[in-house]
Unconditional design. Structure first.
Length: 139
């Protein structure tokens, strides 16, 4: 069985960002040489997410609005976590909602998606360097 590991790094200029990482993940699959297997993509930070959905700007704005309603950043005093000196309690909750990782089948040497599916990195406490792991296993 083959295996391949790669990391992507991000440092978004804003607290909230959604980044389509499908091209980078597809390139990693090609570089791995795996023809049939699985591709795991996960955020390696507890205030960021990886998820699959449509790459449509209206949906992205809906996500931002919805997540801000569920876990508003301000006032930061509402979160016990922020008593540690942080101001990112809301980002932890947003990550929990959006998830840590995705697993995509690799078939014929390519990501095996349904219609409109794309992989996204979700940043909820940006402006500092963070990593995403890509791990591919298979034959």
């Amino acid at each position: 069985m083959r295996h391949y590991r790669q990391e992507l790094t991000f440092q978004t200029p804003t607290r909230f960002a959604l980044v389509n990482i499908t091209p980078q993940v597809a390139e990693a699959v090609r570089a791995s040489g795996v023809r049939e297997g699985l591709c795991l993509v996960n955020a390696m930070h507890i205030t960021a997410s990886v998820f699959i959905n449509d790459d449509e700007p209206g949906l992205h704005q809906d996500y931002q609005d919805w997540l801000e309603q569920l876990a508003p950043h301000s006032p930061t005093t509402r979160y016990r976590h922020n008593r540690t000196g942080e101001d990112n309690g809301a980002a932890h909750l947003k990550r929990q909602i959006m998830g840590r990782e995705v697993v995509v089948a690799v078939s014929g040497g390519a990501l095996d998606f349904g219609p409109w599916e794309q992989i996204f990195y979700g940043e909820f406490d940006g402006r500092r360097r963070k990593r995403v792991l890509i791990k591919i296993i298979g034959e």
